[in-house]
Design a binder for this molecule. Structure first.
Ligand code: NAD
Length: 286
């Protein structure tokens, strides 16, 4: 899709962080917007900001964990604008003690994070892609994974993001094999300064209590503190949004706005696989 002006974009997780930055960038490029999020207050403020800038935009409250709500989002988007050209399945969550071992995350952690990060993206693909294809227009799906979808860890966040990378690469191939006018990109940000470490603000009580950092092992506590400082010193969400807009216009599949040390870790992992050598162990944070 060479140009974005006049086209319709749907962004989930649009009330904060990377999703809000994408909405701002798309609005600046003259797109019409459907901004979706679970948090009503921040979503209303984000919509008001985008509309004040002159863009045609609507908001829709959605919990991406619920397939019927994602279907209703698609109904609202197609109903209001008549077409959808860009879909960003971006809403996602993490626990602050993200780097737990497989047996240390609770089953509720696994279920909540996999439901939002992986099933939420799948519901988006199922609700929108057939209708985008049927519309016959050019289109683009951007699924937000993470560098965690290219690196590894036995925790729900890394596992959910691997699911998103696999799903999106398969989607890209299927669309190309069909000769479709709709394409796909996987977004794998590195460390970005957003509200992700406060993601448990949206954790339903049916998925267990929020993480008690004080109850974690010293290793996990150290890791969580180092991770928080790294995110605070991370890239701005606007940088990610610019990379996404450029990737859509260039039909570039991999969008990896990530710090050089993360790019090095990805390269090392890929080399481990190619050479069939055992996984390289990166030094834990000090
Ligand atoms: N911040 C980073 O460093 C980073 C790095 C890699 C990937 N990501 C991914 O980027 C995406 C956006 O996260 P962010 O960093 O901007 O965080 P953020 O917390 O600032 O924004 C996430 C948004 O998603 C919304 N959301 C959460 N659960 C939802 C649900 N069930 N249904 C609908 N909306 C929901 C939140 O209300 C919030 O507005 C996520 O998928 C995240 O995993 C972030």
């Amino acid at each position: 899709m060479k140009q974005l002006k006049g086209r319709v974009a749907v962004v989930t997780g649009a009330a904060s962080g990377i999703g809000l930055a994408m909405a701002r960038r798309f609005a600046a490029d003259g797109m019409k917007l459907v901004m979706a999020d679970i948090e009503a207050g921040p979503l209303a403020r984000a919509l008001a900001e985008i509309q004040a800038g002159g863009a045609q935009a609507i908001s829709h409250r959605v919990d991406v964990m619920a397939e019927d709500q994602v279907n209703a989002l698609a109904d609202a988007a197609f109903g209001h604008f008549g077409a959808v050209h860009v879909l960003c399945n971006n809403a996602g969550v993490a626990a602050p003690a993200l780097r737990t071992r497989a047996w240390e995350s609770t089953i509720a952690d696994w279920q909540w994070i996999l439901n939002v990060n992986l099933m939420g993206v799948l519901y988006g693909v199922r609700a929108f892609v057939p209708r985008m294809l049927a519309g016959g227009d050019e289109g683009h799906i951007v699924n937000t994974a993470s560098v965690a979808g290219l690196l590894t860890g036995a925790n729900p966040y890394h596992v959910s993001k691997h699911g998103v990378s696999c799903l999106t690469e398969g989607l890209y191939k299927d669309l190309k094999l069909m000769g479709a006018r709709v394409s796909a990109s996987v977004l794998c940000p590195g460390l970005i300064r957003t509200g992700i470490l406060e993601a448990e603000r949206n954790r339903p009580s049916s998925f267990g209590p929020p993480t008690d950092i004080a109850a974690q092992s010293d290793d996990v506590k150290r890791w969580a503190a180092a991770f928080r400082s790294s995110l605070e010193a991370g890239y701005e969400p606007a940088q990610v949004a610019d990379a996404v807009a450029e990737a859509i216009m260039a039909d570039r599949y991999y969008v990896i706005p990530a710090q050089p040390f993360l790019q090095d870790l990805i390269r090392t992992r890929m080399q481990d696989i190619i050479e069939q050598r055992n996984p390289t162990i990166a030094a834990p944070p000090a």
